[in-house]
Design a binder for this molecule. Structure first.
Ligand code: NAD
Length: 469
């Protein structure tokens, strides 16, 4: 069985804590063995990153840009292997894994091209005041299991582009692609610039409290984000917290079900629904409710479920057993409370964590499936009659990552989109992220943004140079 290594200071390093199994969610068999780092090895990784930071913080813009473009080229050169690893440990169909690797390449190139501007606030005969953006030091990146490679890239690339160094800790459920990514980065990067330490017992919380780490960028669940924020208080680490969501979509009465059904389905079930900013609650006007339910069921019926490496598969398993159990529990709770299961609704027999695309009608707010984040292949469809009431219900959530409005009246939909309490509101779309648009949540979906100029600045602090001429 293949054993992966840690990467510390440019060296593949054997773990002091042994290895643990990484399972294939389609077969429940072992893909490979993941190293369990010790806390001492976390310290070594932080020291390596601190050592590299001494010179990297003074690297030129041109040097950083070139490195990121070189890394993007190396990721592209290893695309086939990376996509295969993602399917095997994460479960998504191959075409989605290829999309994830392609996104990683594109995002790395786009981040390379961002600028680190110096603002001149005053330049008179007697005084010049400049604002520079300074790097922070060692950044700790902690990532989840749903889009593991993409999210690691979202953390690592802006950190090093702005002059920081990195210690990365991927989820223990999908660590292999990130280990491979960091190996690839180390083919062209200076030793210590990007390190990876894996392991579940105490490595994440050790990073959170580590005095040598200046910032944590975290993508994951809201409860873990809260724990990280508490741990980070000791040395006042900077934080970017990209947490859970329960995105609402509102379908206005003038929307044509035949036109919007495909887009709604694909953005609700993207990555088997395991996407932070997927559409997770659908509010549909009474006048088109039954027709839209039918059209969504037609799209669901076309999905081909199976092992992501098999030809023609469009729908993979849920990534892990706990998530499968949660999804099953939420659907059973809705069923017990009188919901109508249009399609799907129970897990598949046999090996693998397979749960078919499931549409649940005649549910409403107050039901767990509507109020909680399902993070899986189930969409609750809620009937409404008054648009104002639908907006109120969409906003009556303690999280606010994304939201959407679906309509043939763009002006009206745009106006309603602006009233949704969330970081991104889409019109006739959902879940689309762009390398140049800031992405983040409000309320308990976290704070700070990623992507574009604003995202890059999160890895810096402002330094004013006040010159008396
Ligand atoms: P999770 O919070 O369970 O785990 C995320 C990471 O945190 C893993 O690497 C885990 O090992 C680590 N971790 C666990 N406990 C820790 C601790 N005490 N201290 C430090 N690190 C710790 O999340 P998950 O189940 O992997 O991911 C699913 C969740 O992530 C969903 O809620 C989803 O909405 C959210 N998510 C959000 C975004 C976003 O951009 N907002 C993107 C993807 C996923």
């Amino acid at each position: 069985m293949k054993e992966y290594s840690l990467m510390i200071n440019g060296q593949k390093t054997a773990p002091q804590g042994g290895f643990f199994d990484v399972l294939n969610p389609a077969t429940e068999t072992v893909v490979a063995l993941c190293p369990q780092a010790s806390i001492e090895q976390l310290d070594e990784a932080v020291s390596a990153a601190q050592g590299c930071y001494e010179s990297w913080q003074y690297s030129s813009d041109a040097e950083r840009k070139k490195l990121l473009h070189d890394i993007a080229d190396r990721i592209e050169a290893n695309a086939v292997e990376l996509a295969q690893i993602i399917v095997e440990e994460q479960g998504k169909p191959l075409f989605l894994a290829q999309m994830e690797v392609g996104g990683a390449v594109a995002w790395t190139h786009a981040t390379a091209e961002l600028e680190m501007p110096v603002d001149i606030l005053e330049d008179s005969d007697t005084k010049r005041v400049e604002v520079h953006r300074k790097s922070l030091g060692v950044v700790g990146s902690i990532t989840p299991w749903n889009w593991p490679l993409m999210i690691a890239v979202w953390h690592i690339m802006p950190a090093i582009r702005s002059g920081n160094t990195v210690v990365s800790k991927p989820s223990g459920l999908t660590p292999l692609n990130t280990i491979r990514l960091v190996e690839i980065i180390n083919e062209v990067a200076p030793p210590g610039l990007v390190n990876v330490v894996t392991g579940e017992s105490g490595i994440g919380s050790g990073m959170t409290k580590h005095p040598g780490i200046r910032k944590i960028v975290f993508t994951g669940s809201t409860p873990t984000g809260q724990t990280i924020m508490r741990g980070a208080a000791d040395n006042l680490k900077r934080l970017t917290l990209e947490l859970g969501g329960n995105d609402a979509g509102i379908v206005l009465p003038d929307a044509d079900p035949a036109v919007v059904a495909e887009g709604i389905f694909q953005t609700a079930f993207l990555n088997m629904g395991q996407t932070c900013a997927a559409l997770k609650r659908l509010y549909v006007h009474d006048s088109i409710y039954e027709e839209l339910c039918e059209k969504l069921a037609d799209v669901a019926a076309k999905q081909v479920m199976g092992n992501g490496l098999d030809e023609g598969v469009t729908f993979g398993p849920i990534q892990n057993r706990d998530q499968l159990n949660l999804v099953s529990e939420l659907v059973e709770d809705a069923r017990a409370n009188g919901a109508r299961i249009i399609c799907g609704g129970s897990r598949m027999d046999g090996a693998g964590y397979f749960y078919p695309p499931t549409l649940v009608a005649d549910v409403t707010d107050g039901c767990r499936l509507v109020d909680e984040e399902q993070f899986g292949p189930v969409l609750p469809i809620i009937r409404y009659t008054d648009v104002e009431d639908a907006i109120k219900r969409a906003n009556a959530s303690d999280v606010g990552l994304g939201g959407s409005v679906w309509s043939s009246d763009i002006a009206k939909a745009t106006q309603i989109a602006g009233r949704l309490e969330c970081g991104t509101a889409w019109v006739n779309g959902h879940a689309e992220l762009l390398p140049y648009a800031p992405f983040g949540g409000c309320k308990m979906s976290g704070f700070g943004v990623e992507f574009g100029q604003e995202g890059l600045m999160e890895y810096t602090s402002a330094q004013v140079i006040n010159i008396n001429k």
